[in-house]
Design a protein around this ligand. Structure first.
Ligand SMILES: [Cu+2]
Length: 92
């Protein structure tokens, strides 16, 4: 039972959103043209190693991505959406 508690504690630590190196970027994804597109974009982004969260907004044609910059960078994120058919760029 002690082991199980340790595993749960470890999992809670790993899923914590406050680890060092966490960054959030807003990507402009102009190629999304129907409400199904954000699902594809979200899938592509969350598959990238180091991505904690991806919120894709169809109306705004944007994706807000939370990621750990020790595992990934913006280039890998835009590459992932581009490979899925949706070229993206950092929104300023
Ligand atoms: Cu679509």
């Amino acid at each position: 039972m002690k082991k199980l508690a340790t595993v749960i504690a470890l999992a809670a630590t790993l899923s914590s959103p406050v680890w060092a190196g966490t960054k959030t970027v807003t990507l402009s994804v102009p190629g999304m043209d129907c409400p199904v597109c954000p699902i594809t974009v979200k899938k592509a982004l969350t598959k990238v190693d180091g991505v904690a969260k991806a919120e894709v907004n169809f109306d705004k044609r944007q994706a807000v991505v939370t990621f750990d910059d020790t595992n990934t960078d913006i280039e890998k994120l835009t590459k992932a959406t581009e490979d899925a058919g949706y070229p993206a760029s950092v929104k300023k």
